[in-house]
Structure formats: structure tokens, C-alpha cells
Design a binder for this molecule. Structure first.
Ligand code: GAF
Length: 370
């Protein structure tokens, strides 16, 4: 049996920039998914997938499953079977397998439970079958599972950090070249904490809204005559905005271009050992998501305001938006007070009770002993 674990993630800054070929700065979490892969007995001719979080296993035959039948299996299992289907489509003879997954990433919270699932399975299958996929091939496989086998038009950041994250570091990713570099995120050494508020706000219309933002950005790039919004720099922004007459597209461009610039600024500060100075950039990122990209909801805005009032150096929503989690960079000694402030603000607003916890940058996908 071959066992791999891959983590969920928090994005420190750089939201909706990945599918614009831009920059992101996520870090891997301690919570993750464990995938165990073993070769099935000789008389089995299918793939069996089980999840500790699901009541029933899913069994499919190995070959000849039409696209329509692939779409018919329960959604969670497509994140597992997707890797097997794509490898088969690419000519790999994947034998009968039994795969078990077990995840402690809260689902629907915007912490990339799906990337943890996909990446743990892909790494375990690659290792078990001795395929020897390199970093780039593993990244491409995991991103394609989500885009092609599941059909979610996401941008790849979550899979990249789940595969390559490093403990104690954020991962600076260039989403055009997929080159990555670990950047120190020394929370303990600076007496700071990343406090996470899971707002538990349902992801209202998140699928359609995500796709709409993505196609809006692509349309803006087309009208500006660039391959992707990454090609518009902060210096070019005003000139680019002057060339667009659609107010919605102008807002999208302003968010993406300023957000790429914020990622580069945060990376420079972290490289200089100035973690305590990144707060205003995080808060500016939130305002850009709220006012320009328009992907926040009242719960996340309330959590950000409460964290800032309670003394956070900076606060922002993390992830795709329309609910999910907010992060605050807070002095370690203020974690309890800041958590109470968010709970009180939610109670006053009549929102469901949020879940508060701290997060530390942890290791990306790694093998566990069977
Ligand atoms: C989701 C997507 F999966 C990522 O690719 C990214 O676009 C993110 O939303 C927004 O930054 O997590």
C-alpha cells in the first residue's frame, strides 16, 4: 500500500490572479487529505474508491467509460477517479486499484479540500505505479483533474501549493511559468499569528460567479490586446483603463493588476524580514475584492472589519470568495481577544457562529509510511 498526504491551503495574498497568468502567495496548511492506494486482487477488474467522509464506496470499470458515465459518478469521487481517467486517456495502463481517502480539511470553507484530495491521490497513484511524473507533470495532472474531469474552471494555485508548499514558508508562484519559490513566513519569530475566521457563509452562486469573473478577465485581456491581464503592469494601469468603456471590466482589470502588484510587494517585504509590515497590503487586497472584483459577502466584510477593529495589522478574505474564510495578521497575544471580537460582531449581525483558529505554514504533499 502506498500512502500520501496533501494539505489544504490558505492564500496570503493574490486572489483571482492565477487564471490571469499572474502571481499568488499561498501557504500549505496542517489539515489535509490522506490517500492510500493498493493494487486490487487478481479477479477485480475495476477501480474502487472509498472516502472516510462518504457512506458508500464507488466502483467503476477501468476502461471504456464514456464521458457521460464519468459525469454520472458522485462528484467527490470524480476528484479521485479523474487522475485515473486522465492517465488512462494518456496511454497509461492503470491496473485494478483500491483507493481510500480521508480528509480533515473542512469542506466548503474555501481552504481547498478539493486540491488536498486531488493532490494526495495523484501523488499516491504516481508513486504506487512507479510512473515517475516530474513536478510539472504532476501539477498539470492535478490541475487537469479539476478543470477537465470535474469541470471546475479554477486557476491552478491550490494544486501548486498543495504539491509544493514548504513548512514555515509561503509559496510565491508565477502562474504563467509555474515557477515557484518558498518565501519565509516566520510567524513565531515575529510574535504574530494568522488568525482564520471561517464565516460558514454558504458559497452563494460561487460557481457561476467564479466563471463569470474568469471570462470577464479574459474578455478584458482580449480588448486590451494582451495574452492575459498579467501583461498589464501597475504603471500601464491608467492607460489600460482609459481604453475600456465597460465599467465592470474596468473594475476587474483594476483588481487583478493592483493585486499582482500587492503580491510582489508582500514578497519583497517578506524577503526583507518585514512580516509585520505586510498588513496594509492585505487589507488593501480585501478592499479591492470588495469594491472592484465584488466577490465578498456581508459575513466576510464583517469579519475583516472586526479583526481590524480588534488590532489586526491587516485582514482579508482568502480564496475564491462569496463566503469561506477570512484571515487576520494579529499579534500572537491578541488571538483570543480578536477571536472574541469576530464572534461578537457575528452575534450582533445575526450571523451563524464563525469558527476561529490559527494557521501555520506546513509541508506540501508528502509520503507516509504504510
Ligand atoms: C479558487 C480557485 F481554485 C483558485 O484557482 C483561485 O482562482 C482562487 O479561487 C482565487 O484566487 O480557490
Amino acid at each position: 500500500m502506498t500512502i500520501w498526504r496533501a494539505p489544504g491551503r490558505i492564500n496570503l495574498v493574490g486572489e483571482h490572479t492565477d487564471y490571469n497568468d499572474g502571481f499568488v502567495l499561498p501557504f500549505a496548511l496542517e489539515v489535509g487529505c490522506t490517500a492510500s492506494v493498493s493494487t486490487a486482487s487478481d479477479d477485480a477488474d475495476g477501480w474502487t474508491v472509498r472516502s472516510a467522509q462518504q457512506p458508500e464506496p464507488v466502483v467503476v470499470r477501468r476502461s471504456g467509460l464514456a464521458d457521460a458515465d464519468r459525469a454520472d459518478v458522485p462528484e467527490w469521487s470524480r476528484y479521485v477517479l479523474g487522475a485515473l481517467w486522465l492517465l488512462t486517456d494518456r496511454g497509461v495502463d492503470v491496473p485494478p486499484l483500491e483507493i481510500e481517502v480521508d480528509s480533515d480539511v473542512p469542506s466548503g470553507a474555501g481552504l481547498s479540500s478539493s486540491a488536498a484530495l486531488v493532490c494526495s491521490v495523484a501523488r499516491a497513484v504516481d508513486d504506487h505505479l512507479g510512473l515517475g511524473l516530474d513536478d510539472d507533470a504532476l501539477f498539470a495532472l492535478t490541475r487537469d483533474v479539476e478543470n477537465d474531469a470535474v469541470g471546475a474552471p479554477t486557476g491552478g494555485m491550490d494544486q501548486l501549493v498543495s504539491l509544493r508548499g514548504e513548512a514555515g514558508h509561503a509559496l510565491f508562484c508565477d502562474m504563467r511559468s509555474h515557477a515557484t519559490r518558498s518565501v519565509p513566513l516566520d510567524l513565531a519569530g515575529t510574535d504574530l499569528a494568522v488568525l482564520v475566521a471561517d464565516t460558514r457563509a454558504p458559497h452563494r452562486h460561487s460557481d457561476g460567479e467564479y466563471g463569470a469573473r474568469r471570462s470577464g478577465c479574459e474578455e478584458a485581456a482580449r480588448r486590451l490586446g494582451v495574452d492575459a491581464l498579467r501583461d498589464v503592469t501597475a504603471d500601464d494601469l491608467d492607460a489600460a483603463l482609459d481604453r475600456l468603456d465597460d465599467e465592470e471590466l474596468r473594475r476587474y482589470v483594476r483588481h487583478v493588476v493592483t493585486e499582482d502588484d500587492r503580491v510582489l510587494s508582500v514578497v519583497r517585504l517578506l524577503d526583507d524580514g518585514r512580516l509585520a509590515d505586510i498588513g496594509p497590503l492585505l487589507t488593501a487586497s480585501h478592499r479591492s475584492m470588495r469594491d472592484d472584483f465584488r466577490i465578498t459577502v456581508p459575513e466576510v466584510d464583517t469579519a475583516v472589519d472586526a479583526l481590524l477593529e480588534a488590532g489586526a495589522l491587516g485582514a482579508r478574505m482568502t480564496g475564491g470568495g462569496f463566503g469561506g474564510c477570512v484571515i487576520g495578521l494579529v499579534p500572537a497575544r491578541s488571538v483570543d481577544a480578536a477571536s472574541d471580537a469576530v464572534r461578537r460582531a457575528f452575534a450582533d449581525a445575526g450571523f451563524a457562529e464563525p469558527d476561529l483558529f490559527t494557521a501555520r505554514p506546513a509541508q506540501g504533499a508528502h509520503r507516509l509510511e504504510g
